[in-house]
Unconditional design. Structure first.
Lengths: 187, 154
C-alpha cells in the first residue's frame, strides 16, 4: 500500500473516531435551534396567579424574556434565584418585560411553587403544550429573548446560572436594551 | 352440525375481537395523524417517533397534528410546521439535501472504499506470496494399492 493510501486510511479512521466520540460523549439532548432571527410566535394564555389573559402582542416593541418552567423540574428550582435576580436587574427599564411560561404542570402545583420560591413577574400557563411546541421547546427550563422587533434573538436550554447568567445579562439583554428599536413607516 | 362448520366456528373464536374493534374504530383523521406522527421524532425520547412515544410532549404533538388536520392543513404543511420549530432533527428520516446526503451515502461509500482496500490488499498478498515448489506425486506402494482395491470391491 502506498504512503498516500495509508494516509487516506488513517484520516478516514480519525474522522470515524471523531464521529464516534461525538456520539458517545456529545449531549444527545442538544437540538440545535432553528428559531434564532425568526419571528417569535404570538401566544395567549391565562396568568397562573390571576387567570387574566396574557398575550405576547401586548408587549410589542419591548425586549421580552420568556422562561419556560415547571414545578416538577429540578433545574428550574436551581435557576429560580438567578431568574428573580435577573428580573430585579432590568425591571426598572420600561423596555424590558419578563414572562414565565408554566409548562406541562398542574395549576395548584404551579401556584404553590411560585408561593414557595417567590415571583416578581407574570407567568402564563401553556394549557395544551401548543405554546411550547410553537417555540420548539423540548424540556425545561428553556429561556428565549425576543427583541423589540419581535424576533427571537437568543435561546438557552438549561438553567440560567453562573456564566450563562452573566452572558445572558451582559451580552444579550443589555445590548438589546441599549439598541433603539427601528421604526417602520406605513403610508 | 357438520364437523367442518364446527372447526370454522372454533377457529373464528380464536381471533381476538378487540383487535378488529380497534381497526374499525380508526377514522380517516386517526389514520392521517398516525401516518404523520410516525414520521416525526419524539424530541424527549429520541429513538421513538411521536406515534409510539408515551411522553407527554409526544402526546401534545399528536394533539397539534390533529388540530391542524381539523383546520384543513395537509400532511406536508403539518410536517413543515414541525420542521420550522425543531429543524431537521424532528424528522425520523433526515431530508435528502446538503450535508444530509453524507448520512445516506456514507455507509455505501465506506463499503465501496473498504472493498477497494480489501481487494488491493488481497491481490497484493497473492502476488507477494511465493508459490509452493511443484513436486511429482509419490508412486503408490503395494500396501496402499491393495487397500484401495479392497475398499472399491466392498
Amino acid at each position: 500500500m502506498s504512503k498516500g493510501w495509508q494516509l487516506t486510511l488513517i484520516l478516514c479512521l480519525l474522522g470515524l473516531f471523531a464521529l464516534f466520540y461525538q456520539g458517545l460523549w456529545g449531549d444527545p439532548h442538544h437540538i440545535p435551534t432553528v428559531l434564532i432571527e425568526t419571528d417569535a410566535p404570538n401566544f395567549e394564555g391565562p396568568d397562573v396567579e390571576t387567570g387574566q389573559t396574557i398575550s405576547l402582542d401586548q408587549f410589542k416593541g419591548k425586549v421580552v424574556l420568556l422562561n419556560f418552567w415547571a414545578s416538577w423540574c429540578y433545574e428550574c428550582k436551581v435557576e429560580h434565584e438567578s431568574i428573580l435576580q435577573l428580573h430585579q436587574l432590568f425591571k426598572d427599564n420600561p423596555e424590558f418585560v419578563m414572562l414565565g411560561v408554566n409548562y406541562q404542570d398542574e395549576l395548584p402545583a404551579a401556584k404553590k411553587y411560585l408561593k414557595e420560591y417567590g415571583s416578581t413577574f407574570s407567568h402564563v400557563r401553556d394549557l395544551k403544550g401548543q405554546l411550547a411546541i410553537d417555540y420548539g421547546v423540548y424540556g425545561v427550563p428553556e429561556t428565549f429573548v425576543i427583541d423589540q422587533q419581535g424576533k427571537i434573538r437568543h435561546k438557552w436550554v438549561g438553567p440560567i446560572t453562573g456564566e450563562v447568567y452573566t452572558n445572558l445579562t451582559q451580552k444579550v439583554i443589555a445590548p438589546l436594551l441599549k439598541a433603539q428599536p427601528t421604526t417602520t413607516t406605513t403610508s | 352440525m357438520p364437523i367442518r362448520l364446527t372447526w370454522c366456528l372454533a377457529a373464528l373464536l380464536t381471533i381476538p375481537i378487540p383487535l378488529f374493534a380497534a381497526v374499525q374504530d380508526e377514522t380517516d383523521v386517526d389514520i392521517q395523524v398516525r401516518e404523520i406522527a410516525k414520521t416525526l421524532r419524539c424530541t424527549v425520547c429520541q429513538t421513538e417517533n411521536i406515534w409510539e412515544s408515551g411522553a407527554p410532549l409526544a402526546q401534545q404533538m399528536r394533539g397539534v397534528i390533529r388540530n391542524r388536520i381539523a383546520l384543513g392543513h395537509n400532511t406536508e404543511e403539518i410536517r413543515a410546521y414541525f420542521l420550522s420549530r425543531y429543524g431537521d432533527y424532528i424528522l425520523m428520516e433526515p431530508p435528502k439535501h446538503g450535508v444530509n446526503w453524507l448520512i445516506w451515502l456514507a455507509p455505501f461509500l465506506l463499503l465501496v472504499v473498504g472493498g477497494f482496500f480489501l481487494y488491493k490488499e488481497v491481490t497484493h498478498w497473492v502476488r507477494e506470496t511465493p508459490a509452493p515448489p511443484s513436486q511429482p506425486e509419490p508412486p503408490l506402494d503395494d500396501q496402499a494399492r491393495k487397500r484401495i482395491e479392497r475398499e472399491l470391491e466392498s
